[in-house]
Design a binder for this molecule. Structure first.
Ligand code: B16
Ligand code: MG
Length: 219
């Protein structure tokens, strides 16, 4: 029986991708590095340090690990400052309605994000009230596609993976959900999350009704 839901943050609850893009772009410009939306797409759901490694490789830049950590911190400062402009208006369409309904129907709910800034993002959205457990980049050391952040959430909720549905917008996020034995809902195009148990183009279509209809006997 499905008793809980675990949500990725960026790309599922809200769209911070643009703010991440602008912050990486500023850093890349300052460094004289190439960085565009195509490269940014490769960073979806990927941790901060894995992201800067991808950008370094894209630029063939010879730079030490120590400097990379410093640069990632600079990018993060820009990103965190830009979160100040985020407000409860910035839920992705359908996300807040779903979270409200899950509360009303008594499901357990956890966050399962790669971000180390999830607390600030949830505060800006006034979304902490929807989550029983926050699992994020501070909770585990192995990031997606490892299932650790979802396993952390399930364990803290007191549930088995097969009792939880994971919502994810990243390829590595669906890989992580499947590796952990969770039911998965993919948000986005087929070439990205087509391997999820069920896929919707946007959160607007990924309603509780649609998910219940798909998993039917599990509810
Ligand atoms: P931070 P998610 C991910 O969030 C983003 O999709 C990804 O682009 C970002 O690099 C990662 O969080 C780390 O974020 O720098 O704030 O720790 O999709 O897992 O909610
Ligand atoms: Mg995401």
């Amino acid at each position: 029986m499905i008793k809980g839901f675990i949500f990725d943050l960026d790309g599922v609850i809200t769209d911070t991708a643009e703010l991440h893009f602008l912050a990486w772009k500023k850093l890349a410009d300052d460094m004289g590095w190439k960085f565009d939306r195509e490269v940014n797409e490769k960073l979806r759901g990927v941790s901060r340090m894995d992201s800067i490694h991808i950008i370094r490789e894209h630029n063939n830049a010879q730079i030490s690990e120590e400097e990379l950590v410093e640069l990632a911190t600079l990018k993060n400062d820009i990103y965190v400052e830009s979160l100040d402009q985020m407000s409860p208006k910035d839920y992705l369409p359908g996300a807040q309605e779903l979270l409200n309904l899950l509360r009303k129907e008594g499901f357990l709910v956890a966050l399962g994000s790669a971000s180390k800034n999830s607390s600030k993002v949830l505060e800006q959205l006034d979304a902490k009230k929807y989550f029983d457990i926050i699992g994020d980049g501070n909770s585990v050391s192995k990031s997606k596609p490892a299932p650790d952040v979802f396993l952390f959430g399930a364990e803290k909720l007191g549930l088995e993976p097969e009792e939880c549905v994971v919502y994810e917008d990243a390829e590595a996020g669906i890989d992580a959900a499947k590796a952990g034995g969770f039911h998965s809902v993919g948000i986005g195009p087929k070439d990205r999350v087509g391997h999820a148990d069920i896929r919707f183009e946007t959160m607007k279509e990924a309603t509780l009704f649609a998910v219940k209809s798909h998993f039917d006997t599990l509810f």
